[in-house]
Design a protein around this ligand. Structure first.
Ligand code: ZN
Ligand code: ZN
Length: 412
């Protein structure tokens, strides 16, 4: 069972009224002044747990924990296994602290760790990649699998990755948990130097952008977790980079159904495997169609859902669309009509999934899987593609492509 979403309490930057958010929320409306703002917090959002009211922020050290939610895959000869992860782990080597956040982040509302927040923010010493391998070891020991247990490859496709800071106070009585204002169990004396280097100025930059199109000033609608905003007036898509809206290349497939689902289409350079054209990809997948000459000239592109879904569905759609390779002839850079599902998976996660898709395509698997771990993948181009699906009963179907899914396999 995955725990409920973490909540964040924030004061509206326009009027100061309290606004309650969830961890993955990006777009919100202030209930008091009605301003609609987009939270531009970077790929890794930073939050902190509020200290006990009797303590002064200035006296406290804020120690980082990684928090990640998403799908973890391990690729075996027989099949690719997946589990949904929601886990935290200490990102600092400071002594005397619990190794995970436990349940406290669910029990109270967090705050946004913006630049101006007082206190000493400790720099994470556990890098993102190291955190993932540590998490994998935990996954393996929980699943009872032995070392790697024959897994050729593991990958994490993240929905949310955050750093959550918990406040502590080095005191004569031992290290104090500043949330509860009492020493940690078995606490010993810790000196400020034990926390290591602090975060540099500018590393916690957060901005709140009005949700209006930078090009034409039109209001941009969107759902709370939307990572991409669309302007229906001038047909542009925007995502946040470096604290501001930047244009994002996108197209929509014409015709078809009334619900548009977003997909990432990434072109990559692959080092360590011959995959220069769609013909190479067809050969890797042992496609039963005769290799057309035109395929030799077509760069291969990898597809991945840009919306949250169950891990198995994510994997299947990525493989299906990569093989189908819908052609751009029927697409235009226009905001699709009808219902538009929000982008809730970023292109970095799509890039993470390329290796998995290669594994899913490979026929026979045993020839290709041993190569995948050493392959280097570099992003060359990315684009968002909206495909129109028809809703019927509990299914969403794209008839022309022959792709369908159960609606309840989407995770809102
Ligand atoms: Zn307000
Ligand atoms: Zn516009």
């Amino acid at each position: 069972m995955s725990p409920g979403p973490y909540r964040i309490e924030h004061s509206c930057s326009q009027c100061g009224a309290p606004v309650m958010l969830e961890e993955a929320d990006r777009l919100f409306t202030c209930g008091h002044c009605r301003v609609r703002l987009y939270l531009a917090a970077g790929r890794v959002a930073k939050y902190f747990l509020p200290p006990h009211s009797s303590l002064r922020m200035e006296d406290l050290f804020f120690v980082p924990y990684w928090h990640l939610r998403g799908a973890h895959y391990s690729v075996h000869i027989s099949a690719t296994k997946s589990t949904f992860l929601d886990t935290s782990c200490l990102a600092s080597s400071a002594p005397g602290l619990p190794v995970t956040l436990g349940v406290r982040a669910q029990a109270m509302a967090m705050r946004i760790a913006a630049e101006g927040v007082a206190g000493s923010f400790v720099r994470p010493t556990l890098a993102y990649g190291d955190m993932l391998s540590r998490t994998e070891r935990t996954v393996r020991s929980f699943s009872g699998a032995g070392r790697r247990a024959g897994a050729y490859l593991t990958a994490f496709v993240g929905e949310a990755v955050s750093l959550i800071y918990t406040p502590v106070l080095p005191a004569a009585r031992g290290l104090v948990d500043a949330v509860l204002n009492r020493p940690f169990a078995g606490s010993r004396t810790v000196s400020p130097e034990d926390f290591g280097p602090l975060e540099e100025t500018g590393s916690r930059a957060v901005s709140f952008l009005p949700a209006i199109c930078p090009e034409c000033g039109w209001d941009m609608p969107g759902e709370r977790r939307s990572q991409v905003l669309l302007c229906t007036n001038c047909d542009r898509a925007w995502q946040v980079e470096g604290g501001r809206f930047v244009p994002l290349s996108f197209v929509s497939m014409e015709g078809g159904g009334e619900e548009a689902l977003p997909f990432w289409r990434v072109e990559v350079g692959i080092d360590g495997m011959k995959l220069d054209s769609y013909a190479d990809l067809a050969e890797l997948a042992n496609l039963p169609r005769a290799v057309r000459e035109e395929w030799q000239r077509r760069r291969p592109a990898f597809w991945a859902p840009a919306f949250r879904s169950r891990p198995r569905l994510f994997l299947r759609l990525a493989r299906q669309l990569t093989v189908l390779a819908p052609e751009e002839r029927s697409m235009a850079p226009r905001v699709p009509p009808g219902k538009i599902h929000p982008v809730t998976i970023d292109h970095e996660a799509a890039l993470e999934s390329v290796r998995l898709t290669l594994a899913e395509l490979a026929v026979p698997r045993k020839d290709v899987l041993p190569l995948l771990d050493g392959v280097k993948i570099k992003l060359l181009d990315r684009r968002l593609v909206y495909l129109p699906f028809t809703a019927r009963g509990g299914d969403l179907t794209h008839e022309a492509l022959g792709v369908s899914m159960r609606r309840n396999a989407l995770r809102g």
